[in-house]
Design a protein around this ligand. Structure first.
Ligand code: CDP
Length: 229
């Protein structure tokens, strides 16, 4: 395989396995995986902890100036997000944070700060980043853009199993309601909505296992490599 560095953008609805696919591609290509959603979740956690009023832009901007978001690798080799140096990987995945994150992600000042950081991370290429606006706003020049989707039932069941395995007390109903809410807010917001342009390749994985998703995405990457080499 041609090892020229490209950027790969994976966008799509909540809980459709973007992170799992992005990690597998990054590992195979020796690229860096970046979970942009973790960054929005970390900022949300900070604003929740400090009871920031999201309608008061001065308060939000003051809080944002106090926030640093970085990634680190834990002892098991997994990527973890650091909020002002603290590993918040578990806390940002809770339903409490999931219930607030889409409201926070609507705020342009939040997006400006995180998009700036994301663009720095991808400046040298060799990045696989998943999110909602990666191929449209963060890396509009990404050489490979994938839009992932799956039925809401499949997505809710996957996220439910993930959280139950971590010991969180959640119900399938609340997960399903949260996914639908976030999909609606993320797709209809004014700032950088979740949307797809004609240069995306669509991957509906409702009925695909991980291996076949990975094989398809790697075949697309190979196509891109052969076009640019
Ligand atoms: O993992 P899941 O699909 O549930 O969501 P996530 O990728 O962790 O993203 C959490 C939330 O952050 C989304 O519902 C969006 O509101 C927001 N987000 C965004 O606005 N833009 C991104 N590039 C990534 C996430």
């Amino acid at each position: 395989m041609d090892q020229r560095k490209i950027n790969i953008a994976i966008d799509g609805y909540s809980s459709c396995g973007k992170g799992t696919l992005a990690k597998a591609i990054a590992l195979a290509l020796s690229y860096v995986f970046i979970d942009s959603g973790a960054m929005y979740r970390a900022v949300t956690l900070y604003l929740m902890r400090h009871s920031v009023n999201l309608d008061d832009m001065a308060q939000v901007e003051q809080a944002l100036a106090q926030v640093t978001v970085e990634f680190d690798v834990n002892d098991a080799g997994a990527s973890v997000v650091l909020l002002n140096g603290e590993n918040v990987e578990h806390e940002i995945r809770t339903i409490a944070v999931a219930s607030n994150v889409s409201e926070v992600a609507k705020i342009q000042a939040v997006r400006d700060k995180l998009v700036f950081l994301q663009q720095q991370m991808g400046a040298k290429k060799g990045v696989v980043m998943d999110g909602r606006d990666i191929g449209t706003v963060v890396f509009p020049d990404a050489e490979l853009k994938i839009f992932m989707t799956a039925s809401v039932e499949v997505r809710a069941q996957r996220r439910f199993s993930e959280l139950v395995a971590k010991g969180d007390a959640v119900t399938l109903e609340e997960i399903s309601a949260n996914l639908k809410h976030r999909d609606a807010v993320d797709s209809s917001r004014e700032n950088s909505p979740l949307t797809m342009t004609s240069d995306y390749r669509v991957l509906d994985n409702s009925e695909m296992d991980r291996d076949s998703q990975f094989a398809l995405a790697m075949a697309w990457a190979d196509e891109v490599f052969s076009l640019i080499s």
